[in-house]
Design a protein. Structure first.
Length: 52
């Protein structure tokens, strides 16, 4: 994890190259489903006046 700002564009490019080399998920998450889950969580925590 970085805690310091990049000192040059080349340093930033190297950082993103290193990130691209990391193992990650084979595909992007289903963001629409993710947003639906967040929305449902918000509604579940909302009081009665917020649901009306």
């Amino acid at each position: 994890m970085r805690t310091e700002p990049f000192s040059s564009p080349a340093e930033m490019e190297e950082f993103f190259r290193a990130c691209d080399a990391l193992d990650g998920p084979a595909s992007e998450p289903d963001w629409n489903q993710h947003l639906k889950t967040i929305d449902a969580s918000r509604r579940a925590g909302a009081g009665e006046s917020a649901r009306s």
